[in-house]
Design a protein around this ligand. Structure first.
Ligand SMILES: Nc1ncnc2c1ncn2[C@@H]1O[C@H](COP(=O)(O)OP(=O)(O)OP(=O)(O)O)[C@@H](O)[C@H]1O
Length: 877
């Protein structure tokens, strides 16, 4: 047995002894009656001896094939423990078939394989029972070897890999390579076996795993050279743990060729009339004294029941997947910010087999399209990419515009938080739970930047960004990467925003590459991707690089189904706009939160001191006037007071409001039943109070509805604190005050006054009543004040809970000119259109948003209104 003798030699010797005994019996039986064993009719006095023989033989054989190596491959096998039955270092047998001794007496046939030798069968796997048998033996080995102790190389020249198809999970997990089907592939397999033999022969083979070459049929074109190499491998293999399990060997000799030599250390099964003749197994012992092998015909074991291979391979594949996963740290360079983005951006995103996969944002792949159903790891993939880029390129080389439309915290890592004040210094804008309006604003910002760059190129007389960077090193020209997660939200609605977004996106996609502006668009739905397509076929073509995560096949060609069954953590990368055949499957690492935090700190510390944090837009955030920088900067030196009411949904969230100057119509009406109306009035009033020298303007505060009490009290207190006179009035007081002001306006002696009214609609009835002596009503006074007030420094800042009441109170829609500043809360789009006379505007009211309308400059602006802290909590209770 040469170098093969291990602790198992005892088993082997015993097996040989049993086989010999069986052979002796069978030969004896044969001597009595000539005929095939199954048709052998035993004389009654020999039946008992045969029964005992069959029993002993069965027991002896099964002792050699514990667990997975010999158990029937039916449903019951699935419960056996895997990875325990093969003893590396010994000779391991495997069940190969069954033989009929006589009549109903059968015995299992086992053959030495791992640690023992090779097995061949001359019929190839185009015969279904051979294919099933091959799969069965292979499954036994796969399930029996300890984890990592077996490498399998599959060859299938006969059925193009179909024989091994049930093992495909192992291929997907990259434990196995796909079967080779041609001579070139066979060469690679032989190379690998020879390499292992070389390692073993140089004394380094102690810890090598078994290497099993298994074949359903040798590829056509396989000639003397290949067969000679195979024979050499058979000879030297067992000592180097290299084994062969070959169907279709020896192949039928080609014309004028000899039958290939018998392989050393090989148990060969050769087709005969009633099954297969089995040769002497390897080793010095002989089954038959004549060396003619097994005495009776062998039938190949049946294959595994349906699904058994998958049941065994699934967990092995998952385990392999996890243990071979790339880790996040591997994506980051040793040294940060050492790359130049002059010709493009490049980063490692994961591994493609053993090779690292590097992707680029450059002239040939300027923009990427990423698809993946929710939970497929899309966010993780994007963060892998962003951290990879931000580590390689300094903020002078790379700027990031990050936009996310969904609920979630994908990009929150890039922004300072109350707990951790650091940020990723490349981030210019970060939108989380963004409104479509915000998304459009970011796109417009990018288009503006593109325009600026185009201008600089023109001025410098060059056409390439790289040349501009050389000739004008003083200009900041980082490459810009804009990531838009769930970008399809931009197109939902099919309205004005959708139209503008598609137009700007198309422009960016078409021209961005020339100006160093790159887009990464991600979507979880195929419909989302199609939305882009239908918005303009030309946009789609601008995204040659497609990344499909699980369920993200929508970004690939319809015929390309590779992303259908991807596990989380893997992606199909396609640089040919998604056509099948151009796929690479890449594994990307999960994010490591601790590492991410440490890395963010590292990048943050490396930034230019004093560089600003990103402009953050968080859709869900409340905004408070008390912490608004524009509010805090207000003082009486302003030329004309400006009432601040919120922050515009725009890049950088600029403060939004109305100027209350002396032109007619400068009054503010907040409309809608939402109690946020009171908060807006509060913000407007306290902000103008700071813009007048103390004691120079009176605030008449009327709180007419209970829900506004707290806001009104806060307003009074804040105005009082900046030393402006405050008068608190009720509805009757308001009526009186309006009367005085109206009278004084006519005589030009009215003092500058802000009428701050919470719940103005509650005074309607009172104001409607006419004075019995003057025949004037409160409404008449109100309308006079509205019409003439601004020229005298008198402004109304009021909240009406309903739009109709508002119109009635001001005297009908013909008087709408008198109130130019409107803020719409939860009122219907129709009602709003009646007010503005603009039937194109669609207003979908939603929490934490208001629509600011200034009819004088035709401004329609979505804002996050200023609220007092906790406003929305109060609303819910
Ligand atoms: N490479 C990976 N290895 C292991 N787990 C991963 C990997 N990538 C993602 N995951 C895990 O999968 C889950 C989903 O990932 P992720 O949040 O990125 O999905 P998503 O596609 O962005 O989903 P959603 O759109 O719902 O946010 C997470 O728990 C994440 O940790």
């Amino acid at each position: 047995m040469g170098g093969l003798v291990g602790s198992a030699s005892w088993y082997f010797d015993r097996a040989v002894a049993l086989h010999r005994e069986a052979a002796a019996h069978t030969e004896a039986a044969r001597a009595e009656i000539v005929g095939a064993p199954s048709r052998l009719v035993l004389p009654p006095e020999r039946v008992e001896a045969y029964r005992r023989l069959a029993e002993r033989l069965t027991r002896g054989a099964l002792d050699l094939v514990p667990g997975w190596l010999g158990w029937p491959l039916d449903g019951s096998t699935a419960s056996l423990k895997v990875g325990v039955d093969v003893r590396p270092g010994g000779v391991n047998f495997v069940l190969a078939g069954v033989t009929v001794l006589a009549e109903k007496f059968t015995a299992p046939v086992v053959v030495p394989l791992l640690g023992g030798g090779h097995v061949t069968v001359d019929a190839d796997a185009r015969r279904p029972e051979v294919a099933a048998w091959l799969r069965g033996v292979l499954l036994r080995l796969v399930a029996a070897v300890p984890d990592g102790a077996l490498r399998v190389l599959t060859v299938d020249g006969g059925t193009l890999g179909a024989v091994f198809a049930p093992f495909r999970q192992l291929v997907e997990a990259e434990l196995w390579r796909p079967p080779v089907t041609d001579v070139a592939g066979l060469h690679a397999v032989l190379d690998e076996a020879e390499a292992q033999i070389a390692v073993a022969q140089s004394g380094g083979g102690h810890h090598l795993p078994y290497l099993l070459i298994t074949s359903g049929a040798l590829p056509t074109g396989c000639g003397q050279v290949e067969l000679a190499r195979l024979a050499a491998i058979a000879h030297a293999g067992p000592a180097a743990r290299v084994h062969l399990l070959l169907a279709g060997y020896p192949p039928p000799p080609g014309a004028g060729q000899q039958t290939p030599a018998r392989l050393d250390f090989t148990t060969a099964l050769t087709t005969i009339a009633d099954g297969f003749a089995m040769s002497e197994p390897p080793g010095p012992e002989r089954l038959s004294t004549r060396g003619s092998g097994f005495a009776t015909a062998v039938r190949l074991s049946a294959g595994p029941v349906d699904g058994l291979i998958e049941t065994v391979c699934g967990p092995l594949a998952s385990a392999a997947w996890v243990s071979s996963s790339v880790d996040f740290a591997a994506l980051l360079p040793a040294e940060i910010w050492s790359h130049s983005s002059a010709s493009g951006l490049r980063t490692t995103v994961g591994r493609d087999g053993r090779a690292w996969c590097e992707l680029a944002l450059d002239d040939s792949t300027p923009h990427w399209l990423v698809g993946g159903r929710t939970g497929s790891g899309k966010t993780v993939f994007l963060l892998d990419v962003l951290y990879g880029l931000a580590s390689r390129y300094s903020p002078d080389e790379l700027a990031l515009y990050l936009l996310d439309f969904k609920e979630g915290v994908s990009f929150a890592d890039f922004t300072p938080t109350p707990i951790d004040g650091t940020w990723i210094p490349h981030a210019r804008t970060v939108g989380i739970e963004s409104d479509r309006e915000y998304g459009l604003a970011v796109l417009r910002e990018l288009a503006k930047e593109m325009g600026r760059r185009a201008m600089e190129l023109k001025k410098a007389g060059v056409t390439r960004l790289a040349d501009l960077r050389t000739s004008r090193p003083d200009l900041a020209m980082p490459r810009i990467v804009a990531v838009i997660d769930e970008f399809h939200v931009l197109f939902s609605g099919n309205d004005r925003i959708a139209g503008h977004a598609a137009a700007v996106l198309e422009e960016l996609a078409r021209k961005g590459r020339s100006y160093g502006i790159h887009l990464i668009l991600a979507s979880q739905t195929i419909a989302g991707v199609e939305a882009l397509f239908t918005k303009g076929e030309s946009i789609f073509g601008q995204f040659p690089l497609r990344v499909a995560l699980a369920g993200g096949g929508g970004v690939l060609d319809k015929l390309n189904r590779n992303a259908d069954n991807l596990p989380v953590g893997s992606a199909v990368i396609n640089t040919a706009a998604g056509v099948a055949g151009a796929n690479r499957i890449v594994r990307f690492p999960n994010n490591d939160p601790a590492l991410i935090t440490a890395h963010r700190h590292r990048l943050w510390h490396a930034r230019t001191p004093g560089s600003p944090p990103p402009a953050v837009f968080a859709g869900y955030a409340e905004h408070h006037i008390d912490s608004d920088p524009a509010y805090l900067a207000l003082n009486p030196q302003v030329r004309r007071p400006h009432a601040l009411v919120g922050r515009a949904v725009d890049v950088g969230l600029p403060s939004a409001g109305f100027t209350l100057d002396t032109s007619p119509g400068r009054h503010i009406a907040v409309l809608g039943p939402s109690p946020i109306g009171a908060d807006i009035v509060h913000a407007g009033a306290v902000s103008v109070a700071r813009q007048h020298p103390p004691g120079t303007v009176t605030f008449v505060i009327a709180c007419l509805v209970a829900s506004a009490d707290a806001a009104a009290d806060a307003t009074a207190a804040a105005i009082h604190a900046v030393d402006q006179p405050v008068e608190l009035v009720d509805a009757a007081g308001l009526q009186t005050r309006l009367g005085h002001l109206a009278a004084a306006i006519d005589s030009a002696t009215a003092p500058p006054t802000y009428l701050v009214v919470f719940g103005a609609d509650a005074a309607s009835a009172l104001l409607a009543a006419k004075d019995l002596t003057t025949f004037r009503s409160g409404h008449d006074d109100l309308r006079t004040v509205l019409r003439v007030g601004p020229t005298r420094g008198i402004h109304l800042l009021a909240w009406w809970r309903g739009a109709r009441r508002f119109i009635d109170d001001i005297g009908g829609s013909s008087n709408l000119e008198d109130v130019a500043c409107l803020i719409a809360l939860n009122i219907a789009s129709n009602d709003l259109n009646n007010l503005t006379g603009d039937y194109k505007t669609e207003w979908h009211h939603r929490p934490n948003r208001a629509l600011l309308i200034d009819r004088h400059d035709d401004r329609y602006q979505l804002i996050v209104p200023f609220v007092r802290p906790g406003a929305y909590e109060h609303q819910h209770h």
